[in-house]
Each structure stands twice: as structure tokens, then as C-alpha cells.
Design a protein around this ligand. Structure first.
Ligand SMILES: [Zn+2]
Length: 313
């Protein structure tokens, strides 16, 4: 075994089973901490089957029904979500949005509270000052209200992942950012996007100065509302697609290493059948499936970026 390079890796710092998961850059690489954990798993006579199935559940736009409808279902199955907050909406008198009291309660109960800007503007169309306000002030705003600093950002409408000014501003304040939409899982290895990219490492910029296809400010998620609208709230069909998505990771995650994770974004959990709605019973059925099949539900704060991991072959 020889060390071939020292590269930046994304890792998941997971708080369960002492298992750490790395985003490696090359086909046959393995980070040192993975080797250690792999040995531990081997000692248990429990190798590939012990790879936990994982999923991230993200919620956007401070929708009140996330508190009144989704939270009791998450509670029932013992899951924690990541809530991306638009700071000014929460302070408004709009009863369709969560209050700071609701959000503080989520935080106290172990949910992850992250930033989705101050006013939900399209970030790629703003002046430098306005951009800094949307990105930076929303971090301070959340801290002022719940006492915890968000470390993950999500640009409204996922706009800005291909704009260096936006990315550089996000990078001033946050460790990670949501960037784009995908139909399948998010590949943690930056060389995992073979159909759309020849990228081999996790750097934000390539040598010629352009933004790389995937980097720590371009984490890609599956938006559930794409299924809700495509299948016209036919919950049987949508449930099947959900199961396909969350189970697809078994094609990639083997030998104690997690390379692909489904990250699912929700908006309204209600029965109004709008373009932002996911039916309440469907959401319950999805959470029950995750629960009954032993999935680990992770939050975005479980995701990290490790510049020091040693890659060896
Ligand atoms: Zn939004």
C-alpha cells in the first residue's frame, strides 16, 4: 500500500458506530480512517452488510406545516431533519411560516437548523452588498435567534452554483452549500459523476479557474416536489420512486464505505396538492419505510470536508 497523494476529501463525521465515511477521489483509494474502521467491521465478522443505509431529509422555506405535520411524523420514527430557514420570513406575521419559537424548539430537540438566505432572492442577480447581506446576515440572524451558527447554506432556487461571485461569498461564511438538483443519490466521491463530469478531485476550482462540476458548495439533492408534480400526487407511484431512490445506494456502498447518499428536499407537508406539496400520508409512509428498513437519517451538519485525509492505494 503506498500513499499516492494528499488531497482534499469530503468526509462525513458521523456520530454513530464510530464509522467515518470519506469522499475519496480515485477508484481504488481508501482514507486512513476508513481502513481502521474497515478493520473494526471485519473483526465483527460483519463487513459489507454492515454498511448503514443513510438518507438526508431537508426542509425548506419555514413552512408552518413542517412543524405541525412533518415534525410529529419525524418524532414518531425518531428522525431528525435539516431545516433551511429564510430569516425574514420567520420574523414576519405570516401564519403559514414557522415562528422563532417553533424553530428554537426544533433546534432544542436535535434537528439541524441551517441558512436559506435573508429574503429568498435570486443570488446571481444581486449587487455585492446585497449578496453579502443575504448570505452573511442570515447566518448572524439565525445565531441571534437560536444561539447556534449555521454552517451549511442553501441558495434560494438553487441558483448560484455556477457563479464564482456567489460561491466566493458563500465560502466566506459557510463550510458547505447545496448547489443543484439530481434525480439519484449524491456521490460523495468527486469522481463519482462519470456521466456528467471527468472531475477527479474535490477542489472548488479547476486549474483553469472554472468552478468544478461538484465541490463542497455544490451538494446536489433530489427535490421531492419533482416527483409530486410529475406523478400528479399519485402517492402509490411516488412512494415506489422514493423507495427506488433511497435503495439505489446499495449499488454503490460496499465494503464498509459509503460513496453515495440520497439527499431529499421537501417543502410543504400538507394535503393541498400544490407544486410545493407532499401529501401527509405519503410522507408518513416514506418515513415508515426508512424506519422499518433500518435507515440512518443524517443531518447536513453530519457532512464535512476534510482537507487532510491521506489517500492511499
Ligand atoms: Zn426556498
Amino acid at each position: 500500500m503506498s500513499i499516492v497523494s494528499l488531497l482534499a476529501l469530503l468526509i462525513l463525521a458521523l456520530a454513530y458506530d464510530d464509522l467515518q465515511l470519506a469522499f475519496a477521489n480515485q477508484q481504488t483509494t481508501m482514507a486512513e480512517n476508513q481502513i481502521n474502521n474497515h478493520d473494526n467491521l471485519s473483526n465483527d465478522n460483519n463487513t459489507s452488510s454492515s454498511v448503514p443505509k443513510v438518507v438526508f431529509l431537508n426542509f425548506y422555506d419555514d413552512e408552518k406545516d413542517q412543524y405541525t405535520n412533518a415534525k410529529p411524523i419525524l418524532d414518531k420514527y425518531g428522525f431528525k431533519g435539516t431545516f433551511f430557514i429564510v430569516c425574514s420570513w420567520t420574523s414576519s406575521n405570516n401564519t403559514d411560516r414557522m415562528t422563532w419559537h417553533d424553530i428554537s424548539q426544533l433546534y432544542r430537540e436535535g434537528h439541524d437548523i441551517e441558512s436559506h438566505s435573508m429574503t429568498h432572492k435570486r443570488l446571481n442577480k444581486l449587487s455585492e452588498d446585497a449578496l453579502d447581506y443575504e448570505v452573511g446576515q442570515s447566518k448572524q440572524c439565525i445565531y441571534n435567534h437560536i444561539g447556534a451558527m449555521p454552517t451549511v447554506f442553501s441558495p434560494p432556487h438553487n441558483l448560484g452554483w455556477n457563479n464564482a461571485t456567489v460561491i466566493n461569498t458563500i465560502a466566506k461564511y459557510y463550510d458547505l452549500s447545496i448547489g443543484g438538483f439530481v434525480t439519484g443519490p449524491m456521490f460523495l466521491r468527486c469522481d463519482g459523476w462519470k456521466q456528467s463530469s471527468t472531475q477527479t478531485d474535490c477542489r472548488t476550482y479547476s486549474d483553469n479557474g472554472t468552478l468544478n462540476h461538484v465541490n463542497r458548495y455544490d451538494i446536489k439533492e433530489r427535490t421531492h416536489n419533482a416527483l409530486d408534480t410529475r406523478y400528479s400526487h399519485n402517492d402509490t407511484q411516488i412512494f415506489d420512486k422514493f423507495v427506488q431512490l433511497v435503495d439505489s445506494q446499495t449499488n454503490y456502498n460496499k465494503n464498509g464505505i459509503i460513496d453515495a447518499v440520497p439527499i431529499i428536499g421537501y417543502h410543504d407537508i400538507d394535503n393541498n396538492k400544490t407544486i410545493t406539496s407532499t401529501d401527509v400520508n405519503l410522507f408518513d409512509a416514506e418515513m415508515k419505510y426508512l424506519h422499518d428498513n433500518g435507515f440512518k437519517v443524517l443531518t447536513m451538519s453530519d457532512l464535512g470536508y476534510d482537507e487532510k485525509a491521506i489517500i492511499s492505494t
